[in-house]
Design a binder for this molecule. Structure first.
Ligand code: HEC
Ligand code: HEC
Length: 403
């Protein structure tokens, strides 16, 4: 008598066939047939940008960021088209959007902002859940930034549709940048010469572009929810518990009041800030120097959001739900030293205004205070305009508060 045994051969063959046809349809056919048209508004990547692209792939940025702006995406910029991917050997579209879409990220932020954001996203966006990449070398961070800056209609790879290709062929000029031979000094690439994209807009042109972008984008009305208000400022048991959890958000009372008093008493000039006018014609020489020192810092750290002149229209401003403060507004002329120092140290909860006490020392925050007092009382840069910042040369105010 023969025993009947199940025969697995045919099901196995069938499954293999189904598997093979799926691979054929969704992997191989698109590979053979996807031939995007050559774009008229885009140049090829430079070797530096390709290195950055490899880092983007290696570090898994695409786990959290997509690179395709769809018609239904609000405020992700221009919709992506197939020719955008012409120079991509394989695409990095991504499917998960834990972070914002990056198809149009080029030109949205200054290079410095990206470097800082990559090292630690919390430096520029308190509460961000993006991991820190401070283990990357300076060169890797620079390459990654170059790659991001190359993307989208405001990126360094964008060409004018009409005569862009010709201009690029003639002298490496793209819409917003110039691709030049650049020899790296120091670091891993010391001595290597390669093509590197450099922004070509001068400050005035950048400002005009920012104004345009600023006007183009909607500002969302911004209000804390009642729950957040209660957690931040409330006195309930929950609020007390939440204070720790809301580290990046909560603004507890100014902790260094005594230290600041001490600093003020130690230095007569600092002591007199509250009474002293920072108005042009009345400001003391030392306070002018301090304000000038603060201007250098402000240019580096704050202008991407607040604008070079402190009018709130920096390059990154239009991307924000709550726009950066405009220091020309009347109310700022009445701010005291305490208020400025406290705001700069603690940031503004629920907005992208960082808590600078993490990254700037007390002296630096005091000179920023001087600069902002000057801007607020003179409604702009006044005579600080154009003057080179004495960032290195300026005296440091005596005995500033400890952290
Ligand atoms: C765990 C998910 C995650 C990973 C991995 C990640 N990001 Fe992000 N990213 C975010 C989130 C969330 C935001 C929004 C908050 C912020 O800006 O920090 C963001 C924001 C950004 C922004 C700002 C975009 C904008 O329009 O404001 C850039 C640029 C960026 N990420 C680049 C990168 C790069 C480059 C990498 C890889 C080196 C990376 N991200 C890896 C989650 C991630
Ligand atoms: C990433 C963008 C960003 C950067 C960088 C930034 N700010 Fe802000 N800042 C903001 C935003 C957004 C607000 C919130 C405006 C509001 O609440 O009306 C703000 C508000 C402020 C305020 C409070 C104004 C008020 O209403 O009391 C001060 C002071 C300030 N910033 C100073 C600075 C200084 C100084 C620096 C540099 C050391 C800096 N900011 C860098 C985005 C930024």
């Amino acid at each position: 008598m023969t025993t009947q045994r199940a025969n697995y051969l045919y099901p196995a063959l069938g499954l293999t066939l189904i598997m093979a046809s799926i691979i054929f349809v969704v992997v191989l056919v698109p590979r053979w047939t996807f031939k995007p048209p050559e774009p008229r508004d885009l140049r090829d990547y430079t070797t530096q940008e390709l290195r950055g692209r490899e880092i983007y792939k290696r570090e898994g940025c695409w786990y959290c960021h997509s690179m395709v702006s769809r018609p239904q995406d609000w405020d992700h910029g221009r919709r992506s088209k197939s020719s955008d991917y012409f120079y991509d050997a394989y695409h990095l579209l991504g499917s998960e959007r834990t972070g914002p879409d990056l198809a149009n990220i080029g030109g949205k932020f200054p290079d410095q902002y990206h470097m800082l954001h990559h090292k630690n996203p919390r430096y520029v966006k308190p509460g961000s859940i993006m991991p820190r990449y401070d283990y990357l070398t300076e060169q890797e961070l620079t390459d990654l930034t170059a790659f991001l800056q190359s993307l989208g209609p405001y990126g360094t790879r964008a060409l004018d549709v009409k005569d862009g290709k010709a201009k690029y062929a003639a002298n490496g000029e793209t819409k917003w940048a110039k691709v030049r031979d650049y020899t790296w000094v120091g670091g891993e690439l010391n001595g290597l010469t390669e093509k590197v994209a450099m922004w070509k807009l001068d400050v005035a042109q950048q400002r005009a572009l920012n104004e345009e972008l600023y006007g183009e984008h909607l500002e969302v009305p911004f209000k804390y929810t009642a729950e957040i208000e209660e957690l931040m400022y409330g006195s309930s048991h929950e609020a007390a518990n939440a204070k720790g959890a809301l580290q990046g958000l909560a603004t507890p009372a100014f902790p260094n009041k005594e230290a600041l008093e001490e600093a003020r008493n130690a230095d007569p000039d600092v002591r007199a800030w509250k009474e002293n006018s920072f108005k042009e014609g009345e400001i003391t020489d030392k306070n002018r120097l301090l304000a000038n020192y603060g201007k250098g810092l402000f240019n580096n750290q704050c202008s991407p959001c607040h604008g070079v002149a402190g009018n709130g229209k920096g390059q990154a401003a239009f991307t924000m739900t709550k726009r950066p403060a405009n220091f020309d507004e009347d109310k700022f002329a009445t701010y005291t030293t305490d208020t400025w120092y406290w705001r700069i140290s603690r940031g503004v909860p629920g907005t992208q205004m960082p808590r600078w006490e993490y990254t700037l020392d007390a002296n630096q925050r005091l000179t920023l205070t001087a600069f902002l007092k000057y801007v607020a009382q003179n409604k702009g840069l006044g005579k600080l305009q154009g003057a080179e910042s004495n960032y290195e040369k300026a005296p440091v105010p005596a005995a500033a508060p400890a952290k």
